[in-house]
Structure formats: structure tokens, C-alpha cells
Design a binder for this molecule. Sequence first.
Ligand code: EPU
Length: 336
Amino acid sequence: MNIQKNHSLKKHNSFAIEAKSRYFCQIESEDHIDSLLEWQQHSDLPLLLLGGGSNILFINDYQGMTALINTKGITIVGEDSDFTYIKVNAGENWHQFVRWTVENNYAGLENLSLIPGTVGAAPMQNIGAYGVELADLLHELKAIELTTGKSKTFTQKECFFSYRDSFFKSSAFGKYLIQSITIKSPKKPHWNINYEGVKNSLEGKTISAKTISNSIIALRQSKLPDPFVIGNAGSFFKNPLLNKEKWQTLKELHPNLPGYPQTDDSIKISAAWLIDKCGWKGKRQGNAGVYKKHALVLVNHGGATGKEIWGIANDIINTVNDKFGIELEAEPRIIV
Ligand code: EPU
């Protein structure tokens, strides 16, 4: 395993922030994982496991070891009367994996098309879009415990998935390296096409994993900026979950506020709407800004520092709090 010093992470974070990592390596095999664990035993420095870098904001240089997970491979590992089980290694690009399933007529992941990042990062925050979450399709997950080097298989339940959250992002944070996930693709698919934009774009078309995936791609491209063109990390804030009381009070004051009831009785409200109503959409502060077509996305107009992005994020948090009494929570991981 080749270790580099003072390595630029600009190409490895979708915000395209110029930050340096004191040490840097790429993990491409089981041997590399062993070498990394051995390195860790002899070092007091922190370890940052990085996938596509699409959900991270570097406010400063990273004073530890960044390990880029780059392990590849997609395998059909089994089937029963209901599902086909597909195992995929952590370093595969998420969207390319989704397209592989679509091209090979495996259903289930089509609504999660064009989400940036890698397969290994997907379960961390339980990626979700257009009515589907990774938790709905994940069968099991294999991860190595960093302190012992032991590999463990987690069932879907053991991952404790919730809205943009999991065991690996919460109580077990920093303790595991995710090696692979196994997806269960239903043989009798249930299409999730009720989302406004999706339904409209499918009119007159035959419904299949491929046509849905194509519609989702077109929809995302029309609303969300391409990180290769303008640096961003997708939604920068989580949609707040309110209890019924708070929701009713707020709805009386703001009748147009969009809210979506959740299975646990909370109401998920739209952070984009709150930010939009504070007049932030399309605003710019230095090289950082709020995307002109979607208020939930912060962008790097070119040459922004992590501090600039974090500065506008905090100004947004403060104005939304002043106007609505709601404290927005950042979705990406913030490296201070
Ligand atoms: N809205 C505004 N102003 C805007 C944009 C949206 O008022 O500028 C309002 C609209 O009323 C709209 C509502 O917000 O109906 C919701 O917007 P949208 O459908 O675009 O979804 P979102 O809640 O902003 C979430 C996910 C996205 C995912 C979409 C589609 C989070 C934090 N974000 O966004 O995920 O693609 O739903 O399912 O849950 C990501 O996590 O990076 C991400 C892009």
C-alpha cells in the first residue's frame, strides 16, 4: 500500500474544496485493508475513510490518514422465489452500480439513480430519493471492525437505518470499514412512481426499471447541479422532523408549508421551502452560494474555501431559526 504525504483532496470531494490530508492511501484489495489496520495500530492519528467524497465538507486540512476506498466487484450471490441477491463491493460508484442493475433487468434501485458517491458510503446515511431508501433494498452488509480486524455480517435490522442515518453514522461511527453490501432485487417489482415529477415524465411510456431510472436521471439533472460542473454535496440540510403540535402551530402561520407525515407520527417538512422563504435561493457570498434552482443545495462557484461554504450554511441556519424557530441540521459530514 502506497502512502502519500500532504495529498490534495480537491479531486476527492464533490464540493471541490482545496484541503490537504497529512497522509493518504488507496484501498484496492483485502491486503490493503490489512496494511491499513496495521498502520493504524502504530499511529495515534485519526483515520478518515472516504468514498466518493460527495457528502463531506472540509473546513480545514485533515491532520490524519485519509483512506480512499476503491474496491470493485459486482456478483450475483443467490436467489429465491422472491429475490435475486446482488453483492457489490464498497468502492464501486453508486450510480454505475444502479445502471448495471437496470441494464441487467434487476429492479429495485431505479429511484436511486444518479445519487453521487460510492456503494460503501450509501448505507452510512441511508441514501434516499423519490420515495425509496437504501434500507428498503439492503439485505445484508459486511464490515470490518477497525480495532480488531474482524469481519462481521450485519442484517438489515442490525444497521438501524432511519432517515439519512444508520448504526454506522451514529453509535458505531468511526468503528467499521464497510466492505460490501448485498442488495435484494424483487422478482415482482413494486414501482414507486407516485412522486409528481416522476409520474408526469413516465406518461405514455412502458414502466420498467430502465424507463423509471431514465426519468429520475432527467428529473435530477433538471433540479440538481452536476458536481463535475459546479461543486456541491447534494442536499446540504436534512428535512426537519416535527411533532404534531409544532407542525400545527407552524402550518397555521404558514399554510403553504409542505409537510409529509412519517410512519413514526412525525411530520417531515421541507428545508428547501424554509430556506427559499428566507430569500436565500440563488444568493451568493464570495465564492459560496445557494443553487439557483434548488434552495437546499449549497454550491462552490469556484475557489470557495470550506470556511466560506460553512459561513453561508450558518447564516442560513440563523435566518431560518429567526423566522421559523427551527434549527436546520447539516447533512454532510463536516471536517473541522
Ligand atoms: N422547495 C422549495 N424551494 C426549492 C426547492 C424545493 O420551496 O428551491 C420545496 C417544494 O415545495 C418541494 C419540496 O421543497 O415540493 C421538496 O423538494 P424536493 O422534492 O426537491 O425534495 P427535497 O426534500 O428538497 C429530498 C432529498 C433529496 C432527494 C429528493 C427527492 C433530503 C435532505 N433530500 O430533497 O436528496 O433527491 O428529496 O426525493 O432528504 C440528497 O440527500 O443529497 C438529495 C439530493
